[in-house]
Design a protein around this ligand. Structure first.
Ligand SMILES: Cc1cc2nc3c(=O)[nH]c(=O)nc-3n(C[C@H](O)[C@H](O)[C@H](O)COP(=O)(O)OP(=O)(O)OC[C@H]3O[C@@H](n4cnc5c(N)ncnc54)[C@H](O)[C@@H]3O)c2cc1C
Length: 345
């Protein structure tokens, strides 16, 4: 079997862009781990927040909405809390009174909140349902997935690339680098300059205290120092941390877990004490926090689909369509310069 395109990475970015490219090309996707979605994709908070991120991120998030398909999104409003000035400066949200905020989440302490606003377009995302749908589409379009297949070397061979997968070597015309936190490492394997992509660790814990209402909104402070939402009998909490890290299997730091619990306890009556589980993942950003799609002009045939930061699931469907079009040299519906890797050189 010969392949037109090799996609490196089996997270949401890899499977979604591979499924899009497989509409008219032979696509092989390789994932270093024995399972798909083990890293960032499997560790997200699984929320769709239309008012989050830069204008480019918001446009891709809005364009993704109709592409999620049935059963992937379910409504859960988002309640922003903060100082009156912070809340007054938020766009795409409706201000609400403190009484209404406590009406939405009865655990909130009215005496610890100055102002609140609601975003009614926020949704929970069935991340693994979405990921599996792309896996099925990729296979249905003739694509192949190899797990436990790390790319270990990439070299130019005329207009093509030779790629080493352990003991095997394959030749392809296009390499798509969807390696998440490892995207700069994979570029360097190919002799393509690194783009200064920064993996930043973020921590999540599931903590249990007083009873929880599953209908509560996602609650976040505008200053981005915590968020929480119901999760089974407890709450999912995060200190919204951004600690620079090397690419790898991120582990939660107990100080970050304690900070999340403390900050959520401060604004609620939840009295969280017991942490059932905690994890961390790497949100990977370009310096301007915009996604990176396409090839550097002097390295054609090696395309980045990287730098999705904290929005890779919510903007994933439209990002995959835009990336596939950019890789195919077609109009992508977004300004290519705003996402081109060339802006980072
Ligand atoms: C705590 C946390 C909360 C988040 N919450 C949200 C949220 O609520 N909503 C949202 O939209 N986004 C959220 N995100 C961000 C989102 O999870 C990421 O943007 C997205 O998962 C990135 O996907 P990816 O496919 O680029 O990376 P990954 O899922 O990390 O996939 C990259 C893959 O490449 C593989 N790989 C690396 N090197 C090689 C190699 N040499 N050969 C083969 N394979 C290789 C890795 O093993 C990995 O599986 C969150 C992230 C974190 C950490």
């Amino acid at each position: 079997m010969t392949w037109d395109v090799l996609v490196v990475g089996g997270g949401i970015a890899g499977v979604s862009v591979a499924a899009e490219l497989a509409r008219d090309r032979a696509v092989l996707l390789v994932e270093a781990e024995p399972v798909l979605a083990k890293h960032t994709t499997g560790r997200s908070a699984a929320v769709y927040i239309p008012s989050y991120g830069s204008p480019v991120v918001r446009a891709l998030t809005a364009a993704s909405y109709p592409l999620f398909g049935d059963g992937i999104l379910s409504p859960r409003p988002m309640l922003w809390v903060g100082s009156a000035t912070e809340v007054a400066h938020m766009d795409s949200t409706e201000p609400v009174s403190i009484d209404d905020a406590v009406g939405m989440c009865s655990a909130l302490r009215a005496d610890r909140i100055e102002a609140a606003a609601v975003d009614n377009g926020t949704m929970d995302i069935d991340v693994m349902g979405l990921h599996q749908r792309y896996v099925r589409e990729l296979r249905a379009r003739g694509g192949e997935i190899r797990q436990g297949a790390p790319v270990t070397a990439i070299s130019r061979d005329g207009a093509a690339w030779r790629v080493n997968l352990g003991n095997e070597e394959i030749a392809v015309g296009t390499v798509v680098n969807a390696a998440g936190p490892w995207a700069d490492k994979v570029a360097e394997l190919a002799g393509v300059p690194a783009l200064g992509l920064r993996p930043l660790r973020r921590t999540i814990a599931i903590a249990v205290g007083k009873p929880v209402d599953p209908g509560w909104p996602l609650v976040s402070d505008v200053a981005d120092t915590f968020y929480f939402r119901p999760e089974g009998p407890g709450v999912l909490v995060s200190p919204a941390d951004e600690t620079p890290a090397e690419p790898g299997d991120a582990k939660p730091d107990e100080v970050d877990v304690a900070l999340a619990v403390e900050r959520v306890n401060h604004v609620t009556t939840l009295e969280l004490r017991s942490v059932r589980t905690a994890w961390a993942g790497l949100r990977t950003f370009a310096v301007d926090r915009e996604p990176v799609l396409g090839a550097l002009p002097d390295h054609p045939g090696f395309a980045f689909v990287a730098g999705q930061g904290g929005y890779g699931i919510q903007m994933g469907p439209a990002l995959a369509v835009a990336a596939a079009r950019i890789i195919s040299g077609e109009p992508a519906g977004i300004d290519p310069a705003s996402v081109s890797p060339a802006r980072l050189r």
